[in-house]
Unconditional design. Structure first.
Length: 252
């Protein structure tokens, strides 16, 4: 069983296309065009080309590409803002709003042509967003699943609540959790592939693999391939094994 995965994108369209190029090169070496590519969410916010990222993934899936796109907390906040600009995601700290610079929603709206969203009254910004963002993109983002499982591997954006059966996990945890999941060394059953918590290089912790390598902050966008439970980082010159206890510098 072979599955590819890509970490948090955050509007970095060029990095996303380069990650797909590395996956395509690995597919050619393996002779495998059918293995799915799981995108771990956070398509939007902070980066410059969020609209291009959404359109590229939506059109690719529509054309039959074997791609899975999961919901991240930023994706959920984007959809919530479009539905009700006054609503607050329960995972968001009270000192922040979706348009706060630390969250980066303004960059997403700007990629669709909504200028200076954080500096203008909310009502006209929201109305302009609804006018400029295609309904197809809005529907695509609203319908993203929060997890994907392939045999002994589970893909989620942020992690799971340890000790809770997988069928009973709630979306708030799947897109927001950190400490209770990151600090738990127990075997979760499947190997959990996740992002959400930005690190400088992909890390394998035995029970989980984190591949959010700070693309939102100028870092690389990591792509990996998993075969059964073996994990390899895809570099420009092929595969690099990622073993439990390892971290791999992908910035060189």
């Amino acid at each position: 069983m072979r599955t590819y995965a890509i970490g948090d994108i955050h509007g970095q369209y060029d990095l996303l296309r380069a990650a797909h190029d590395r996956i395509d090169a690995d597919r050619t070496r393996c002779g495998d065009s059918a293995a799915p590519v799981v995108h771990l969410g956070d398509l939007v916010d902070r980066g410059p080309d969020c609209a291009s990222v959404i359109g590229y993934l939506r059109r690719g899936i529509g054309a039959g590409e074997p791609w899975v796109v999961l919901k991240g907390n930023h994706d959920r906040m984007f959809s919530l803002f479009l539905h009700d600009p006054g609503a607050r995601d329960p995972g968001l700290r009270s000192s922040f709003s979706y348009l706060h610079p630390a969250i980066g929603g303004g960059a997403t709206l700007q990629s669709y042509g909504v200028r200076n969203a954080a500096d203008r009254p909310l009502a006209p910004v929201h109305a302009e967003a609804l006018d400029l963002i295609p309904p197809e993109d809005r529907a695509f983002m609203a319908a993203l699943p929060s997890q994907h499982r392939r045999q002994d591997v589970l893909f989620v954006h942020a992690g799971i609540r340890p000790g809770i059966p997988l069928d009973d996990q709630i979306e708030d945890d799947l897109v927001w959790i950190r400490g209770p999941f990151l600090d738990d060394p127990r075997d979760h059953g499947p190997l959990v592939i996740h992002g959400h918590t930005a690190i400088h290089q992909p890390e394998h912790h035995g029970n989980r693999v984190n591949i959010d390598t700070r693309a939102a902050y100028g870092g690389p966008l990591t792509a990996i391939v998993i075969e059964d439970r073996a994990v390899f980082v895809l570099g420009d010159h092929g595969r690099i094994p990622l073993l439990p206890g390892d971290g791999i510098d992908t910035s060189a």
